[in-house]
Design a binder for this molecule. Structure first.
Ligand code: FAD
Length: 409
């Protein structure tokens, strides 16, 4: 072991709310907090925002409905769909088609990657362009005056009296401290709750690497999805055979190399075997490995399969299931909080659920919904000077509803 001496680090600032990770959940959290009037900072380790939804090329919002024809995710996710639609950079079935089993309609939307599960039906899901999603997010963050700082990694916490007093970050400038009132962990991997000593579960998973191909001719093709651009398809490559620890850089490096090799071979196969790909080229590999799950918080409540269709008095979001019809999970506020830390909320794919329910809550619409809820609650707690576990959850629900979110109940 090497002993690293203690040191003084410069303090960057004292925001009301600090969101760690600018994936779909973190962007939603930051927007919601800033729109409640909180001085909100958003830090991101990479050079882009959107996480798996953009950098990871997972360009499908599955699902905003319950599989029975009713919308259950609205709020910021719907706002993004509206903004993307205004730019002509997304595609989704109109409401009158939701829940239809008509073979022609199902086949049409399957081609865009929007139909999953059995029996097949048309769902309210959205195929979108990743760069347009980034542009929409940046414009919204700017408009709401969120302080975005990219190229900055979360590195640790300083705890005092059961709360996070300081968040330590690392960048090319070295180590710096941010002293927020409330923190939202939207890192996807729960980096903050691990550092703060909360309970969690972790799994090994087989990674994916989606990629896009241009120059594809029309006609029937294999398991690929149409994008918004003519002749350009999204190839959902994976899973790779080997399970990896998504929080181990050596495992991840091995997976990056193996997945790239596998994806390149899959592209070569397409070119050789499918006439539609005869003159195609590989546009881009996802710049972020497809990690479906890593760490999950074990928080004040762990949402289980048996709680499908259960009503919670403290529900802050709802989600359907992308492969199942008619099941709706209300997500209690307590899935975002931990008894270990008084001022920490968790959002996105690492909230407190079982592995089974994670299949539903990890999806981008649900991640945005829990992000919106976490940001709203963080802003309310910061303004009231309370911890996030003692915040008035009814006030959070009222605020979310007023902003257009669906909180069930
Ligand atoms: C192969 C695959 C297929 C999928 N298919 C679909 C689908 O069709 N439809 C759908 O809706 N969902 C799908 N999902 C799920 C969905 O893409 C993700 O669960 C969702 O995008 C997660 O969003 P998030 O914001 O919680 O996390 P992430 O997207 O992982 O974002 C986390 C962000 O935090 C940043 N970050 C991480 N650590 C740090 C740190 N230490 N410091 C600073 N920043 C940090 C990351 O760079 C990233 O920007 C799929 C996932 C995979 C892997």
């Amino acid at each position: 072991m090497w002993h690293e001496p203690a040191r003084e680090v410069p303090v960057l600032g004292r925001p009301d709310v600090l969101v760690v990770g600018a994936g779909a959940a973190g962007v939603a959290a930051a927007l919601a907090a800033a729109r409640r009037g909180a001085d909100t900072w958003l830090i991101e380790r990479s050079s882009s925002i959107g996480g798996l939804a953009t950098v990871g090329l997972i360009n499908l919002l599955l699902t905003l409905d319950d599989g029975a024809g009713h919308q259950v995710v609205a709020g910021l996710c719907q706002e993004f769909v509206d903004r993307l639609a205004a730019l002509g950079r997304c595609r989704f079935p109109p409401k009158e088609q939701w829940n239809s089993e008509d073979a022609e309609l199902v086949a049409r939307w399957r081609g865009s990657g929007l139909v999953w599960g059995a029996p097949e039906s048309v769902r309210y899901s959205v195929a979108f362009d990743p760069d347009a999603f980034v542009d929409v997010a940046i414009a919204a963050l700017r408009h709401s005056r969120v302080r975005l700082r990219m190229h900055t990694s979360f590195a640790g916490v300083g705890l005092a009296d059961g709360a996070i007093a300081a968040v330590l970050v690392e960048s090319k400038k070295g180590r710096e401290a941010i002293l927020p009132r409330a923190v939202v962990d939207a890192s996807g991997d729960g980096d903050v709750f691990v550092a703060a000593g909360a309970d969690y579960e972790q799994v090994k998973i087989p990674p994916h690497l989606w990629f896009r191909v241009g120059g594809v001719d029309g006609g029937p093709r294999g398991f690929v999805f149409d994008t918004l651009d003519p002749g350009r398809v999204l190839v959902p490559w994976g899973p790779h055979a080997e399970r990896v620890d998504p929080c181990d850089p050596d495992d991840l490096t091995r997976a990056e190399l193996a997945c790239r090799e596998g994806a390149a071979a899959a592209f070569a196969d397409l070119r050789a075997s499918d006439p539609a790909f005869a003159r195609a080229w590989l546009d881009d590999y996802a710049r972020m490995l497809g990690i479906t799950e890593s760490r999950r918080l074990v928080g004040d409540h762990v949402l289980t399969k048996e709680e499908g269709d259960f009503r919670f008095a403290d529900a802050i979001a709802r989600t359907g299931h992308w492969t199942k019809r008619g099941v709706v999970y209300e997500i209690p506020y307590r899935c975002l909080t931990t008894p270990a830390v008084a001022n920490l909320l968790v959002a996105g794919r690492c909230i407190s659920t079982t592995r089974y329910v994670h299949q539903a809550t990890k999806e981008i619409p649900a991640a945005m919904a829990t992000g919106e809820a976490a940001g709203t609650a963080a802003a309310i707690a910061a303004a009231a000077g309370t911890g996030v576990r003692t915040v008035d959850v009814d006030e959070v629900r009222v605020a979310l509803r007023a902003a257009g979110a669906d909180v069930g109940g």
